[in-house]
Design a protein around this ligand. Structure first.
Ligand SMILES: Cc1cc2nc3c(=O)[nH]c(=O)nc-3n(C[C@H](O)[C@H](O)[C@H](O)COP(=O)(O)OP(=O)(O)OC[C@H]3O[C@@H](n4cnc5c(N)ncnc54)[C@H](O)[C@@H]3O)c2cc1C
Length: 478
């Protein structure tokens, strides 16, 4: 252990990142005390694997969700075979290649945490239900909870995950004060009182929209659903088959546009050989964090401005069964997706009217809506963020938002303060650390990051390989 023989670590957030870190750290250091602070009832699930309906599926196959825990996810799933019917039928009986319900992964993680909780709260893993609102005042170290409890700790790990979505900018902000607007599509009461045949507008056309549309249809909703985003791109689907060799060395600098050209060329070559373009993206994936790390601020901004929407739909794909269900909803006409902008929200009786300007034709459409659902996905910028813990850390100069609005600045996992110093006690995992690595939002990358932090806190500085190398060792996959 670098600085503490048996430290106390406070982990803020008991979603995937915080829970797996706590599991792995206490497995290696049973004498340490790791306290996971989670404001929700269940630890281990977080947003992705907690707020999901039974027909929400993982968007990668079982083999990509393995974490190095015991039992493995695949072995655990074998005990739940009864719930794998459709997944195994689709994958031809191959469990590693199956797309299984997200809630199963949540149940797997929650069970691992429950199993690991130590009966002795002075060592091992323990969980605390509460919201961390600020760090303790110097020279004390640790966190204060909203209910006034203090957790004194040597190290604090921020694993607060994705930030709630930002309300889309609109002149007619009256809408946000009404029950017609659903700011958080995952909230339990999001669709309370919605008539089955009522029209719904979904703001966003990405994976969140897909989740919400399928959830509504699955609960018997028959009313029309209009999805809208600036470009109207829908996520693309996974397709199995074939292999594609590595074609880019992340140590060789390539600008965003050069990389786009390279990806297009490789996809065309793959197509000529009847190999799905998806394999080209999969081969690229381990290099992505390294490429991002090597880009200048201007190159990163260029990527975000011009290429991100297309990158997202190719990279974050739908399980084949989800794509089929979505296709059926669109074919039936119940769901339509449009590229364009919201011009205004108007009140009309019990409904709202959404005035949309079509991206292609410039024509205006007026769409009635009994609910307007914010499906724009998690926000990442800290501008005017009412999130006490992060706002307080920022005010104290202990964390620094990045200039592109993606999260906070880190060096590997250590937080950088506003003066640029590397914190010796404050660390971050998962989506918050996106400014440094971009693709630290999915399980394989976050898992590699967790392994790295566990090693960093266990090994004298300088002995660990760079995190970019750890990401590039992930192997090709989706
Ligand atoms: C809908 C959805 C589906 C996804 N599907 C996949 C998939 O199939 N495969 C894949 O690889 N990746 C998937 N992802 C990516 C996902 O982001 C990561 O896999 C992972 O869940 C991120 O975990 P996290 O713990 O960092 O964040 P979260 O899961 O958001 O967890 C953060 C936790 O911190 C808690 N918290 C926050 N602030 C405080 C505070 N101040 N005090 C106490 N508690 C706090 C929250 O309550 C929450 O439980 C999906 C993401 C989403 C949103």
């Amino acid at each position: 252990m670098s600085s503490h023989a048996s430290p106390t670590i406070a982990v803020i957030g008991g979603g995937f990142s915080g829970s797996v870190f706590a599991l792995k750290f206490t497995r290696l250091h049973p004498e340490a005390r790791v306290v996971v602070v989670e404001r929700d009832r269940r630890v281990g699930r977080g947003l992705a694997y907690g707020a999901c309906a039974p027909d929400h599926l993982l968007n990668v196959p079982v083999s990509r969700m393995e974490l190095g825990l015991s039992p493995s996810f695949a072995d655990w799933l074998l005990r739940h075979r009864a719930r794998l019917g459709d997944a195994l039928a689709e994958s031809g009986g191959d469990l590693a290649a199956a797309f299984v319900p997200r809630e199963l992964f949540g149940a797997y993680l929650e069970e691992r945490v429950q199993e690991a909780v130590s009966p002795d709260r002075s060592r091992g893993l323990s969980t605390v239900r509460g919201e961390a609102v600020r760090p303790l005042d110097f020279p004390a170290r640790g966190v204060l909870l909203a209910d006034g409890r203090e957790i004194v700790a040597d190290i604090v790990v921020l694993a607060t995950g994705n930030l709630p979505p930002r309300a889309p900018q609109a002149r007619d902000s009256w809408l946000y004060d009404t029950t017609l607007f659903v700011p958080d599509p995952w909230a339990d009461d999001a669709f309370d009182g919605l008539a089955k045949d009522a029209p719904v507008v979904l703001l966003g056309t990405g994976l969140t929209m897909v989740d919400v549309a399928l959830k509504l249809a699955g609960s018997g909703h028959t009313g029309p659903m209009q999805a809208i985003s600036r470009r109207g791109y829908l996520p693309l689907a996974h397709q199995a088959g074939g292999n594609w060799p590595a074609f880019h060395d992340p140590k060789v600098h390539a600008s965003p546009l050069a990389l786009l050209r390279l990806l297009r060329r490789e996809a065309a070559r793959a197509k000529a050989q009847d190999i799905p373009w998806q394999r080209v993206m999969d081969t690229m994936r381990p290099a992505v964090a390294g490429v991002w790390h090597g880009w200048t601020l201007a190159e990163r901004a260029q990527f975000l401005r011009h290429l991100r929407p297309r990158w997202d739909v190719h990279r974050h794909r739908m399980a084949p069964r989800i794509a089929e269900r979505l296709g059926a909803l669109m074919k039936s006409g119940q769901l339509t997706a449009r590229g364009g902008r919201v011009q205004a929200y108007r009140r009309k009786g019990d409904l709202a009217e959404v005035v949309l300007r079509d991206r292609g034709t410039g024509t205006e459409h007026v769409v009635p809506a009994a609910r307007i659902v914010n499906c724009t996905g998690p926000r990442s910028d800290m501008d005017r963020l009412a999130f006490p813990m992060l706002a307080d850390l920022r005010r104290r100069g202990l964390i620094a938002p990045d200039r592109l609005g993606l999260g906070i600045e880190t060096k590997d996992c250590a937080a950088l303060g506003s003066a640029g110093h590397v914190s010796p006690w404050l660390y971050a995992l998962g989506p918050l650390t996106r400014p440094t690595w971009w693709e630290v939002v999915a399980v394989p990358e976050i898992n590699a990051q967790i392994d790295r932090l566990v090693r960093d806190l266990s090994t004298p500085a300088g002995e660990t390989p760079s995190l970019a190398e750890a990401f590039s060792d992930l192997g090709a996959g989706i």
